[in-house]
Design a protein around this ligand. Sequence first.
Ligand code: ZN
Length: 332
Amino acid sequence: MDGWKNILGHAEIIEKLKKFSAEKNFPHAIIFSGIEGIGKRKTAEIFAASLLCENLRDDGEPCGICSSCKLMNGKSHPDFYVVEPEVTKTTKNIKIGQIRTLQSQTALKPVQSDIRVVIIDGAEFLKKEAANCLLKTLEEPMSRTVFILITANKAGLLMTVRSRCVTINFERLKDEDIKSELLRREIESERAEKISIISGGSLGRAVKLSESGGYEMRESALDLIERIFRAEMSNEDIFTKGGQITDWTKEQFSDFVIYIQKILRDIFLLDTATLYNPDLKERLEQIKFSDQKIIEMVKIGVETHKRLKSNANLRLLSESYFLQLKKLVVSN
Ligand SMILES: [Zn+2]
């Protein structure tokens, strides 16, 4: 069973949560806030296990052998709930029906333990009426339920919900921590180093970069921008690229557009901000677009991203995207 020792970084938060569960004194509504891929969900699960454990170890780890720990391990603890957004092609929401179901399930006394723990992962996707419905539960003073609301966009939560919770802010992970985790996963050293630099402090992103070919995709995005800048991208090249993209998923093409957007943003802010791609600085310095052009190029990217959601012909969409970028750059 995973325990605190399996969490990368966040030492202070872990100490605080260990103290909460050891002293059995904790807030009943907590927000875990921070970017994607830094361990908020895993931390919430281990915190839940330690709150429910019947025999917490002296070092603050859940014991792993009591009946609660066994049930947690088997993902069948009757007093542990997880609510996640329902995802459709166009929407991602936590609906009022999900909150009502949760409320009816948690109306009675906890079954196995003294308390129950509810994780709401993606709390920013609570629809307004769902959030208002949840609010009533958060306000119950004698509640035996601990709510952990996980969010990558705290501003997306209703103020009334935020004000009833204690917020714990998860910082970005350190590059060296991400690198050592990648090395542990047997990623070759030089590659691990580079990926850790561009991961933006997110282990999730680093793993995605290493597994999905994201690292190579970023390279290909930069190559495209360089070739457009040097006016080396013929229409023929664009159609060839569009042909290759037919093999991609929508998500891959979406990632590709995001890499291009981040590269453009880095070129725009080269000397004034922390770059998304600090390891590419020398190459980025060679690309000179006017500010106005970069702004227009980013707008085209935003528009392409929107169209990707509704319409799906990747070949047409990608070709149109590249052609628009090219046209903009050659125009005066
Ligand atoms: Zn236990």
